[in-house]
Design a binder for this molecule. Structure first.
Ligand code: ZN
Length: 271
C-alpha cells in the first residue's frame, strides 16, 4: 500500500502527539546529562562563526529596529524591578572591573565624549541650570557638608589643580576673580584693560611690594590691589587706573612677606 505525502506527514504528527511526553522527557534527560558538552559545543560554534553571526544579527537589527525597540521597551516595563535588581547585583559584583573599563573607555574616547557633553550642555543650558538650582535648593545643607569634607580630604590635590589652572590660564584667573569682586561690591571701573595691562607690564612680572614673581605666589598670577580697599568703599564707587595696582596674591591679601604692609607707601599715593 502506497502512502501519499500527506498521509505520511499526518502519521508522523499523530505519532509525535501520542508520544509527546516521552519524547520531551528523553530530550530533557539528554540535555541534563550532556549539559556541559552542549554548552561547550555551542560556545565553540559561536566562536567559529562569530563574524557571520554578528553580521546577520546586525542586519536583522537594522531591518527590525523599531519592532525591537518597542519590544525591548515593553519587556523593560514589565520586568522593571527584576532588571534593576539584576543590574545592581552585577554592578556590586564587578565594581572594580567596571571602574577600570570605564576609565579605559574614557581615556580612549575622551575628545568625543567631551565634545558630546559640551554639545549637550549648549543645547540644554537653561534646563540644566534650572535643574541644578532646584537640586541645590533641596539639598543645600548636605552639599555644603559634602563640599567641606571633600576640600578637607583633598586639600593638596586642590591646591595643585588650582596652581596648574592659574599657570595655564593666568588671564582668566585674574579677570574672573576681579569681575566677581567688582560685581559683589557693585563697584565701577573707569579704566580699560589696556591701561591695566600696561601697568602690569611695567612691573616686569615682579611684585613691587615683595619683589617675588607673581607666578611664584598663590594664586600664581598678578592680582589687582584696590586703593582704597574694596571692603571699605561705598556701593557705586568708581576706580580709576590710579586706584589699582599690580601685586602678588600674597601681598594683595595683606599676607605679604612684610606681614601686612602700609598700603601704597612705595607708590606715594596714600600714606
Ligand atoms: Zn608681593
Amino acid at each position: 500500500m502506497v502512502q501519499t505525502k500527506e498521509e505520511k506527514a499526518a502519521y508522523k504528527r499523530k505519532w509525535y502527539q501520542d508520544n509527546r511526553e516521552g519524547i520531551l522527557a528523553k530530550r530533557r534527560n539528554f540535555y541534563q546529562e550532556h549539559k556541559k558538552e552542549i554548552a561547550a559545543y555551542k560556545r565553540k560554534w559561536y566562536q567559529d562563526n562569530k563574524g557571520e553571526i554578528l553580521i546577520s544579527v546586525r542586519k536583522y537589527y537594522q531591518c527590525h529596529k523599531e519592532e525591537k525597540a518597542a519590544s525591548d521597551k515593553k519587556y523593560a516595563q514589565k520586568h522593571k524591578e527584576e532588571i534593576a535588581a539584576r543590574n545592581k547585583n552585577h554592578r556590586e559584583l564587578h565594581k572594580e572591573e567596571i571602574k577600570v573599563k570605564k576609565k579605559k573607555h574614557y581615556q580612549e574616547y575622551k575628545d568625543e565624549i567631551l565634545a558630546k557633553r559640551r554639545e549637550f550642555y549648549q543645547g540644554n543650558k537653561n534646563a540644566i541650570t534650572i535643574r541644578h538650582k532646584k537640586y541645590y535648593k533641596g539639598h543645600r545643607e548636605e552639599i555644603i557638608v559634602q563640599q567641606r569634607g571633600y576640600r578637607r580630604d583633598h586639600k593638596d590635590e586642590i591646591v595643585a589643580q588650582q596652581k596648574k589652572y592659574h599657570r595655564n590660564y593666568p588671564e582668566i584667573a585674574r579677570i574672573s576673580g576681579h569681575k566677581r569682586r567688582l560685581k559683589k561690591q557693585q563697584l565701577k571701573q573707569l579704566y580699560t584693560s589696556k591701561e591695566w595691562d600696561d601697568k602690569v607690564d611695567a612691573t616686569n612680572g615682579i611684585c613691587p611690594q615683595c619683589s617675588r614673581r607673581y607666578e611664584d605666589v598663590r594664586p600664581f598670577c598678578v592680582t589687582v590691589d584696590h586703593c582704597p580697599s574694596v571692603n571699605i568703599v561705598p556701593v557705586g564707587f568708581c576706580y580709576t587706573i590710579n586706584d589699582v595696582f599690580p601685586r602678588c596674591g600674597s601681598c594683595n591679601s595683606a599676607n605679604g612677606v612684610y606681614g601686612g604692609y602700609t598700603r601704597l607707601d612705595n607708590f606715594g599715593v596714600m600714606k
